[in-house]
Design a protein around this ligand. Structure first.
Ligand code: SF4
Length: 204
């Protein structure tokens, strides 16, 4: 899903929220994409999965069940979000208004549900929560990630102060890579290099 930059915004300072997921996956993505402006030659696995979820929307079932379980009183799909304070923008699959007066972002992944959410998914979900909070002006206590392939299911990701601080720190680090044009340390998860489109140019 692509997101348009907010009309009044400067492309030099704003970043799409997808960069948060990428930076959390490996900080060097920010350097290659934002500093060297190298387009990815091939889709890495999670991006393929992200794209497929668009087609998977038709397969969604039990919408009423999900709404009831989460206490949803209003649901909007494909919602544009932006934050002046974070200079971040994006679109969320669903933005939910809940009976307890809070809001929640809901993101679909066309992948099986892992035992626990990946670190980069947690950062992306927290970033969506921060964006929704600022865009709607409602408190957000949690973000939801629904996995569309077997085993299906969802994770509720609490937007704790610690998680918020960690994601804000990551966004600052991401911006710093772009502004200072410095090559960051590689990901600690070296297995991620296997699926990486930058592996032929990256000094790992
Ligand atoms: S090859 Fe590994 S270290 Fe280099 S950008 Fe890709 S994931 Fe990061």
């Amino acid at each position: 899903m692509t997101a348009a930059l907010p009309e009044t915004s400067d492309e030099q300072t704003w970043l799409p929220v997808t960069r948060v997921l990428e930076h959390a996956f490996c900080p060097r993505y920010t350097y290659y994409e934002e500093v060297l402006r190298i387009p990815q030659r091939q889709e890495i696995r999670y991006k393929v999965l992200e794209g497929r979820k668009v087609h998977a929307r038709r397969e969604r079932t039990n919408r009423g069940y999900k709404r009831k379980r989460l206490g949803v009183i209003e649901k909007l799909e494909d919602v544009a979000l932006s934050s002046e304070t974070l200079r971040l923008y994006g679109r969320i699959d669903e933005a939910l208004r809940l009976a307890d007066g809070t809001a929640a972002p809901l993101d679909y992944k066309f992948s099986p549900m892992p035992d626990k959410p990946r670190d980069y998914v947690v950062h992306q979900a927290t970033a969506y929560a921060l964006l929704l909070e600022e865009t709607w002006g409602l408190p957000v206590r949690a973000a939801y990630v629904y996995y569309l392939r077997e085993p299906r299911g969802h994770h509720r990701i609490e937007t704790t102060p610690r998680r918020r601080a960690s994601t804000r720190k990551l966004i600052r680090a991401m911006r710093s890579v772009r502004e200072q044009a410095c090559l960051p340390e590689p990901t600690r998860h070296r297995s991620r290099c296997r699926d990486c489109s930058f592996r032929t140019i990256c000094p790992q």
